[in-house]
Design a protein around this ligand. Structure first.
Ligand SMILES: Cc1ncc(COP(=O)(O)O)c(C=O)c1O
Length: 399
């Protein structure tokens, strides 16, 4: 996930255009800014790149999810189904609109299991958020077909998979909308930042308004102060400096993915020699953004042994079972209903518990995650790092 690895002169040049105008804000200041509208240009370029009709830039990937949910009308009384292997942001956004997250199992793709999704749909399900975790495709065609049958909108959380495709089509373009993150560790970065893409003009209009306090952005003699509002909103605006960096990073995205694919292939070949090792199911290798290599051992004990060898040789892998950021049983604040709100919201309302999460609720995910080891794939795999990783993998293969 390494946009920062290729940060350079191109980003600086784009940012200097903004400094030259002194206009850091995406709206207004027409005379002062000349032709410099970096956020707007970034939105247009991102939509063109992904093949979506429109794009809405926002302040983070979490904001992108919140804005999408709000614009789709999701709120209290609703449930939203996502997966138990994702970053906490996915379900934070669901809580933040007042809805309740319901967690589905992941399968060998490490993404949402459509069969389990189907079981978890209820009359309260108002949206489904599959995540293209670790850079590769969820079973989006099957998920979309199930969602369509139940007339439920799909939001693709594509935070970790910018540049990823399925059958040549960009991830994020299959659902009602797709959300992206450009935070510090993502495949392309603007420091903090996010985007929502959609083909639905009306949905885009709602997102555009909601992310800017509900302002309708209709030109009028009173300027921004004279704008109307159809509904309340919030402030999730992206600033011009981020838009400028985004333009430079987007131009590098295909190159980043190509370099990752080469490096991933080298690591994968070495990991394949480990007895019993299999790989995460990738639905379309040609569309993998290749930010991560995930391989599975036959059981948790064997995964622990292999990782110990890798660690002892300076190339330990991630086991997401130990990771408190991305895996349901490790989200202690969710399981223990911890909230700064005195009334217990969002876990409780009016003195009554709305939802209880059982740590043992996702046994299929637990089994898969317990025996999965993951490497982040760098864009620039330095010779020293490469030989350390390859030697560690070879030792694991011989043990
Ligand atoms: C799957 C997923 N969704 C959402 C987000 C939130 O993005 P941000 O950090 O830009 O708010 C992240 C960030 O790591 C993520 O990995």
């Amino acid at each position: 996930m390494p946009g920062f690895e290729v940060f350079g002169e191109e980003e600086k040049r784009e940012v200097l255009d903004v400094f030259a105008t002194g206009v850091l804000f995406r709206y207004e200041f027409g005379a002062q800014r000349g032709d410099v509208w970096k956020v707007r240009q970034f939105e247009e370029a991102f939509a063109r790149y992904t093949g979506a009709a429109c794009a809405q830039a926002v302040s983070s990937g979490t904001a992108a999810l919140k804005v999408a949910l709000a614009a789709l009308g999701v709120g209290p009384g609703d449930e939203v189904i996502t997966q138990g292997f994702t970053f906490v942001a996915t379900w934070e956004a669901i809580f933040d609109v007042g809805a309740i997250p319901v967690f589905a199992e992941v399968d060998a793709t490490l993404n949402m299991d459509p069969a389990d999704l189907e079981k978890k749909i209820s009359e309260r399900t108002a949206a489904i958020i599959p995540v293209h975790m670790l850079g590769a495709q969820a079973r989006i065609a099957e998920i979309k077909a199930i969602a369509d049958r139940h007339r439920i909108p799909v939001i693709e959380d594509t935070a970790q998979a910018a540049g990823g495709r399925l059958g040549g089509r960009h991830l994020g373009t299959f659902g009602a909308c797709g959300t992206f993150s450009f935070d510090s560790v993502k495949t392309m970065t603007t420091g903090e930042g996010g985007m929502v893409i959609t083909d639905d003009q009306e949905l885009w209009r709602s997102m555009s308004e909601y992310h800017d306090h509900g302002h309708d952005h209709v030109a009028n003699p009173g300027g921004r102060g004279g704008e109307g509002r159809r509904f309340i909103g919030f402030n999730y605006r992206m600033m011009e400096l981020q838009g400028a960096i985004g333009l430079a990073q987007l131009a590098k995205l295909d190159g980043i993915v190509a370099a990752q694919r080469q490096n991933k292939a080298i690591l994968k070949e070495a990991a394949a020699a480990i007895p019993g090792a299999t790989f995460r199911e990738i639905l379309d290798e040609a569309g993998d953004s290749a930010t991560f290599l995930a391989f599975m051992l036959p059981d948790a004990e064997r995964a622990r042994q292999v990782n110990q060898i890798l660690r002892d040789n300076g190339a330990g892998a991630i086991n997401f079972g130990d990771n408190t950021w991305h895996y349901y049983p490790r989200w202690e604040h969710l399981l223990e209903a911890k909230t700064p709100c005195k009334g217990g919201w969002p876990f409780s309302a009016h003195g009554k518990r709305r939802v209880v999460y059982d740590p043992a609720f996702l046994p299929q995910s637990a089994e898969i995650i317990s025996r999965t080891l993951v490497y982040q794939v760098p864009v620039k795999l330095a010779e020293a790092q490469k030989s350390t990783m390859l030697e560690a993998l070879r030792k694991a293969a011989r043990a």
